[in-house]
Write a protein that binds this ligand. Structure first.
Ligand code: SF4
Length: 318
């Protein structure tokens, strides 16, 4: 295990430290970790315990990461890291240090991406941002298309420092009900939403991933609320991916959710269901024709320089 002194913390009296990486704002006693259990106070200094130790890396098609508007059908190097700062309250079993990790210095990530001819690198689950010092180096060393998949619960300053090295972000929104974040994770939804606005202001490409909860009534309301929020703050061109783990019995409801969101004005709402190619396809908001057709195991991309045949520009990184 490799440790590295953390960025974004303050030293306090009695060898305590104050971590300022995420809004949990943990005050950590000597020998203890913060909520994420990735950042530890070692003798009055805050250390990242998992520096250079991700879980794994692998090459996959970009669509497998629920990214539909970045270099379709190209291969990205996915990098999974351990730990999250959205830890369920009273989750005594959560311990990222017990995860199996590998030793992979940041320069090696880029050389692996080169070797595998990856179009880009995507920092993937659990929450890459809490392995901040490591992922920052990975991003700085890569001149490829760098993407981040995140829950977005981070302070503004550390996020701003990553922005010059990022092209796009996939944000996992768990709910649009503030009580949900507060009750389950002691977190504040507003912090996440304001980070999304910040990314948008800095021209970072954003795709939103929303997982439907078992409580369907709440989710129907959430999709409406999320749609309205995206339209008002990020724009209709932001792809929204609606996802449900167990989708077999609720396919009609999921299709209705997609329709509601599109009827409200969203251009690109995706739903990955069996026998529903329409849900994976990209339609031109102008002429309504399919511009990218995604079938299982194949893609037909009819974009020309990022434009539909009707000349309407389709938003994304093509
Ligand atoms: S990154 Fe970890 S230690 Fe730092 S404030 Fe967030 S949860 Fe606490």
């Amino acid at each position: 295990m490799t440790m590295k002194e953390a960025e974004f913390y303050k030293k306090l009296n009695d060898k305590k430290v104050h971590c300022t990486l995420c809004p949990h704002s943990c005050i950590i006693e000597n020998g203890e970790t913060g909520i994420c259990k990735v950042r530890m106070n070692v003798n009055g200094k805050l250390k990242n315990l998992l520096y250079n130790n991700p879980k794994k890396f692998y090459l996959r098609k970009i669509e497998d990461f629920s990214v539909y508007h970045v270099k379709p059908w190209s291969y990205f190097l996915g990098l999974d890291v351990s730990g999250t700062n959205l830890v369920l309250k009273n989750d005594d079993l959560y311990n990222p240090e017990e995860d199996e990790t590998i030793s992979l210095p940041s320069a090696k990530v880029y050389s692996e991406a080169e070797k595998k001819k990856a179009t880009g690198i995507i920092l993937n689950e659990d929450e890459p941002l809490i392995n901040y010092e490591y992922i920052k180096e990975v991003l700085k060393k890569s001149d490829k298309i760098n993407l981040l998949r995140t829950y977005g619960y981070v302070e503004e300053e550390p996020l701003l420092e990553l922005i010059p090295y990022l092209k796009g972000v996939v944000i996992d929104i768990k709910s649009m009900t503030p009580d949900f974040y507060e009750n389950f994770y002691s977190a504040d939804l507003d912090d996440i939403l304001s980070n999304l606005k910040l990314l948008k202001r800095h021209n970072i490409w954003i795709e939103v991933f929303f997982e439907i909860l078992p409580n369907m009534d709440e989710s129907v309301y959430d999709v409406r609320k999320l749609t309205a929020w995206i339209l008002n703050n990020l724009g209709a061109e932001t792809p929204l991916h609606i996802y449900a783990k167990d989708n077999t019995k609720i396919q009609d409801t999921l299709k209705k959710m997609r329709k509601t969101s599109m009827d409200a004005g969203m251009y690109y709402v995706y739903l990955d269901l069996p026998n529903f190619d329409e849900g994976r396809s990209t339609f031109c908001p102008n002429c309504k024709k399919i511009v990218i057709e995604r079938k299982s195991g194949a893609i037909i991309n009819s974009l020309l320089d990022g434009r539909c045949k009707c000349n309407r520009e389709i938003e994304g990184i093509w």
